[in-house]
Design a protein around this ligand. Sequence first.
Ligand SMILES: C[S@@+](CC[C@H](N)C(=O)[O-])C[C@H]1O[C@@H](n2cnc3c(N)ncnc32)[C@H](O)[C@@H]1O
Length: 319
Amino acid sequence: MDRHNLDGDEAVRSTNDDASHCKRFAVHLGYWSDPYLPLLVRNTERKTPEINRGYFARVTVITNMVEKFIKAMKGNCQIVNFGAGFDTLFWKLKGADLPVKKFVEIDFANVTSRKCHYIKNNNKLMEALHCDDEEVSYNTTELHSGIYHLASADLRKLSEVESKLKECSMEFSVPTLFLFECVLVYMPIQFSHSLLQLIADKFSTTFCINYEQVNMTDRFGDVMLSNLRSRGCSLAGVEACASLKTQEDRFILNGWDGAQALEMNQVYHGLISPQEIQRIEKIEFLDEKELLDQLFHHYCICVAWKDSLDLKLNLLSIS
Ligand SMILES: C[S@@+](CC[C@H](N)C(=O)[O-])C[C@H]1O[C@@H](n2cnc3c(N)ncnc32)[C@H](O)[C@@H]1O
């Protein structure tokens, strides 16, 4: 496919292929284990060591935080992965015996239809969806079981998002974790603000993990933006990625109680176990350490909370 001819939304949807191919290659090299990803992404395409380490840090820290949330809630919680793409977190959690009450994934229909096709045609992926003999129902773009829902919506359209959350029987009083892994940056901030406000309005106890760009107002940011533009993909929401503070402020402005953002440099050296870092740093020789430092300086994890139950859960602490 010629990336230059893609319209804006098509280019945004195709970022899922980039992310899932990068994850697939890193899994192939042994950065982390994911027996489910090869069932959704068959081919491996070589990526640079910086990219592989970047994805390792992103996936490891998000997985650790999600597991921490589930353990703290003793499984009595819901997870919504917005812009989930071909993410396999639901199956990894099931495999680790960490099920939740409900796991919902939402993306553009074009992406969910492909994921739906792969799930329906694979016994291992399908088996995990069954719970208490409840039927698994599906059409071309959606798949619903008692515990897992794959639904299609344009996240810029609040009414679509709201009706999908209802169709998935989300319970607004159950503690719910929202994930945005490289998603909000693709929509103009008035849309991401409304979406964050909707979550804060509806859910009484809610946490959010947002992974995306930060410190984008420097030369490195300009180059990243112009590279993406040349592939037909503008980062329409880059305004919120100016600093850690702008990342935190977007939550406070939209009804959340608090937010804390950390650069991936801080995350890599502070939130991932030294043994894990030692293990993965032996996988490939890294020629340009500065390049990885720069990459880590331009991505962050922001955690936000609305904590009506006073759980005082700190997802960014080490334990
Ligand atoms: C970079 S990919 C990340 C996929 C996945 N979260 C991951 O990290 O592997 C961005 C995803 O967000 C989805 N996305 C972006 N804007 C969206 C919107 N307005 N509505 C629905 N999905 C959207 C894209 O289709 C794509 O799957």
